[in-house]
Design a protein around this ligand. Structure first.
Ligand code: BQF
Length: 281
C-alpha cells in the first residue's frame, strides 16, 4: 500500500512560510498584489479563481479580480492587461484559461509583461524555463517537484514518464525533471502502446484529463505515481487520471485528487507573486 502524498498539508506549510515573507515585505513598504482576470463564467474557472483569491487573503497578498463578460472583445482584454502592466502597484497578472473561443490565447499571454507573468506562460519565461534559469516557476510542475522533494524522492537517473504534452503542464514538467537529471519520456494522445512506456516508469506523471486512463496493470511495482489531472464526474466528485484505489496498492507513493497536486499549484502561484513583489524596485 502506497504512501499517500498530502499536497494539501504541504501547500499549507509553504503558504505559512510565504505569509511571514509577505509580512516582511509589507514592513519594507512593499504590498504584494496579484491581479486575476476571468472572462466568462466557466464554472471550473470560477472555482480556481476563487481558490487563488482565498489564498491571497490568507497570506495578506492584495488581490484584484476582474470578472469580464463572455462577450468581451480581445481588444478590451488587451487594454486591461496593458493598464495592469503599467500599474506599479500590481506585481503579478494572470488571465484564467481557457478563454472564450473568439479571443486568441496567444495574444493574451504575449501581452502580459514577463516581469508580472506569475503563471510563467509568456514565451520569454518559457525560454528561461527551457534553459533552466528561471525567476517564475511553472505553477503545476513546480508544485509536483516540491511534493517529490518533501517525500525525499530523488529523480536523478530515474525513468520518469510524463503523459500529456501541454504547454501548461507536460512540457514544463519535462524540463523540471530533466533539470534534476531524470531520464524523461513524454507520451501523448498519439503514443502507441502507452502501457509499454508507463510500465517502465519509476516516476509516472499523468496530466491528461481522462478518468481511469492509468490502471494498475500499467504501473511498475513500487512506482511513484503523480496525478495532475482534475476531472469532474457527473456526481460532482473530482478525480484524476489514475485509478486511485487499485494503483495505490501497487505504487510506493501516490498523490490523491483532490488534495494532491492541485493545492500545490496555488502555493507556487503565491510564491511567484511574492517573488515578483520582491523584485520590484
Ligand atoms: C485540490 C486547472 C485545469 C485547467 C485549468 C486545489 C485547485 C484544484 C484542485 C486549483 C487548475 C487546477 C487551476 C485542488 C488551479 C489547480 O484540492 O485538489 C486547487 O485551484 N487549481 C487553474 O487555475 O486552472 C486550471 C486545471
Amino acid at each position: 500500500m502506497a504512501v499517500i502524498m498530502d499536497g494539501k498539508a504541504l501547500s499549507e506549510k509553504l503558504k505559512n512560510n510565504l505569509k511571514n515573507e509577505v509580512e516582511g515585505l509589507k514592513n519594507k513598504g512593499k504590498n504584494p498584489c496579484l491581479a486575476v482576470i476571468i472572462v466568462g463564467d466557466n464554472p471550473a474557472s470560477k472555482i480556481y479563481v476563487n481558490n487563488k483569491k482565498k489564498s491571497c487573503e490568507a497570506l495578506g497578498i492584495k488581490s484584484l479580480e476582474y470578472a469580464l463578460p463572455a462577450d468581451t472583445t480581445e481588444e478590451k482584454l488587451l487594454t486591461l492587461i496593458s493598464s495592469l502592466n503599467e500599474d506599479e502597484s500590481v506585481d503579478g497578472i494572470l488571465c484564467q484559461l481557457p478563454l472564450p473561443s473568439h479571443i486568441c490565447e496567444k495574444n493574451v499571454i504575449n501581452s502580459i509583461s514577463p516581469e508580472k507573468d506569475v503563471d510563467a506562460f509568456h514565451p520569454e519565461n518559457v525560454g528561461h524555463i527551457m534553459i533552466g534559469d528561471y525567476t517564475f516557476l511553472p505553477c503545476t510542475p513546480a508544485g509536483v517537484m516540491e511534493i517529490l522533494k518533501e517525500y525525499d524522492i530523488d529523480v536523478s537517473g530515474k525513468n520518469c514518464v510524463v503523459v500529456g504534452r501541454s504547454n501548461i503542464v507536460g512540457k514544463p514538467m519535462t524540463m523540471l525533471l530533466l533539470k534534476e537529471n531524470a531520464t524523461v519520456t513524454v507520451c501523448h494522445s498519439r503514443t502507441q502502446n502507452l502501457c509499454e512506456f508507463t510500465k517502465k516508469a519509476d516516476v509516472l506523471v499523468s496530466a491528461v484529463g481522462k478518468p481511469n486512463l492509468i490502471t494498475a496493470d500499467m504501473i511498475k511495482e513500487n512506482a511513484v505515481v503523480i496525478d495532475v489531472a482534475i476531472n469532474r464526474l457527473e456526481s460532482g466528485k473530482l478525480c484524476g487520471d489514475v485509478d486511485f484505489e487499485a494503483v495505490k496498492e501497487k505504487a510506493s507513493y501516490i498523490t490523491p485528487v483532490p488534495g494532491g497536486v492541485g493545492p500545490m499549484t496555488i502555493a507556487t502561484l503565491m510564491k511567484n507573486t511574492v517573488t515578483a513583489a520582491k523584485k520590484k524596485v
